[in-house]
Design a protein around this ligand. Structure first.
Ligand SMILES: Cc1cc2nc3c(=O)[nH]c(=O)nc-3n(C[C@H](O)[C@H](O)[C@H](O)COP(=O)(O)OP(=O)(O)OC[C@H]3O[C@@H](n4cnc5c(N)ncnc54)[C@H](O)[C@@H]3O)c2cc1C
Length: 379
């Protein structure tokens, strides 16, 4: 990549009507108005909400109808998730299954896996988690050591995953494992879909510094899963995972995590804002708009069946910088007391604590910059 490929964002159908219908649906079904919950929306688990959203046709939108999906275009889905995130809807329960596990099963999975998992995902009832990171294999994913050995009964899995968001509330983990004994780096890796209630799987909570339980350690102690748990081709796990990361890195969730703060700032500023506050609102809006264009063209490139790894990394890096800086920029300009209880202060408190993690999840800043540099031919 020498320049950012700007693909036109051109979804089929009437997207204005799609947005209007969804906004009306959200007005009738949004379970909470709490501003802090809204800011953390893609980590907020609410199975009732996910089920209702699925029944309304807003989950599994791009999956084929034969598997219970909506047969919609990926860019129609983009419009829907943008609306959901901007509204702060609690989409955490089905988020990972809808965003990446479902599409990955559709692309690489067997017919049996598609029939078994996709209808539940499309209903907003089946939740998945991402089994990539391990102690010693976070940024350096090719150092994965969790092993799966093929036996006559199936795959025997031993090892440990870490930082697994939502494992304690999910049904399945899509794990990157080493299936070829003696293999090194990114060769010999495969993906397995492991039901989390299989004997030998232990899930231990990791509580973050805000006191939340999102993360877990997942241990595999001689876990036996059927041969049919292999997703895609044996030994091709690296290729499949990098395709998955393209889906993970470029969506609107990479710049909208602090969106509720911008809305609260505008509300607090009132009709006659302080000029410095008005200036900041203008800057943040312009930056967000630019990020949105980059994210939408990356989505269009993905929808065209291409692999925009570098563009997705640019969106993630710039989006994370934006959503991470926003709380600090707002804190620098408004009268903020740590003990205040108004919406703006509560949001600032929550985001100042949470935002350092924004540039870690999905790949750290240094690693993402390395991918961009390679894409630009600089290393
Ligand atoms: C909110 C959140 C949710 C997450 N959810 C999941 C999940 O659901 N599933 C999952 O598998 N993982 C998840 N992760 C883990 C996340 O993907 C890893 O934390 C991340 O990839 C970094 O790995 P690490 O923590 O092992 O850090 P390390 O790899 O140990 O890195 C430590 C530091 O060294 C730097 N570094 C490492 N290698 C290089 C290099 N080659 N060049 C320059 N600098 C380098 C890193 O940038 C970082 O600053 C989540 C993390 C967060 C914060």
């Amino acid at each position: 990549m020498q320049s950012f490929a700007l693909y036109p964002f051109d979804p089929p159908g009437d997207t204005v009507a799609l947005r209007t219908d969804l906004r009306a649906w959200l007005a009738a079904n949004q379970p909470t108005d709490d501003v802090v919950a809204r800011a953390n929306c893609w980590a907020s688990f609410d199975p009732d909400f996910s089920r209702a959203l699925g029944a309304a046709g807003y989950v599994g939108m791009t999956l084929p109808a034969i598997y219970g999906g909506g047969d919609r275009h990926p860019l129609e889905r983009y419009v829907v998730i943008e609306e959901l995130l901007a509204a702060g809807a609690p989409v955490g329960a089905h988020w990972i299954a809808d965003r990446q596990t479902g599409p990955l099963i559709l692309r690489y999975g067997s017919e049996e896996q598609r029939q078994r998992y996709l209808p539940g995902i499309a209903k907003g009832e089946l939740y998945a988690c991402i089994g990539l990171s391990e102690p010693g294999a976070g940024s350096d994913l090719a150092a994965v050591r969790t092993s799966a050995r093929e036996t006559s009964e199936g795959w025997r899995i031993n090892g440990q995953k870490i930082w697994t968001t939502g494992a304690h509330l999910s049904h399945v983990i899509l794990a990157l494992v080493r299936t070829e004994e003696g293999s090194e780096r990114n060769a010999g890796l495969s993906q397995l879909l492991i039901d989390l209630d299989t004997p030998g799987v232990t899930i231990r909570p990791i509580i973050d510094m805000a006191g939340n339980h999102d993360f877990n350690e997942v241990f595999f102690d001689d876990v036996l899963v059927p041969h049919g748990a292999l997703v895609g081709e044996r030994g091709q796990g690296w290729k499949q995972v990098t395709a998955e990361l393209g889906l993970e890195r470029s969506g609107p969730e990479r710049y909208l995590s602090s969106h509720a703060l911008l809305v609260a700032l505008i509300d607090a500023a009132g009709a006659d804002p302080d000029p410095a506050v008005a200036g900041l609102i203008g800057e943040l809006t312009a930056e967000m708009w630019t990020l949105r264009q980059l994210s939408m063209s990356t989505a269009a490139k993905l929808a065209a069946g291409e692999d925009p790894m570098v563009e997705a990394s640019v969106v993630k890096e710039l989006g994370n910088a934006f959503e991470q800086d926003m709380p600090r920029r707002v804190q620098a300009i408004v009268n903020f007391d740590w003990d205040d209880e108004d919406d703006l202060a509560r949001l600032l408190r929550a985001l100042l604590i949470a935002s350092p993690s924004f540039s870690l999840r999905g790949g750290t800043r240094e690693v993402i910059r390395g991918i961009i540099a390679r894409g630009l031919g600089l290393r």
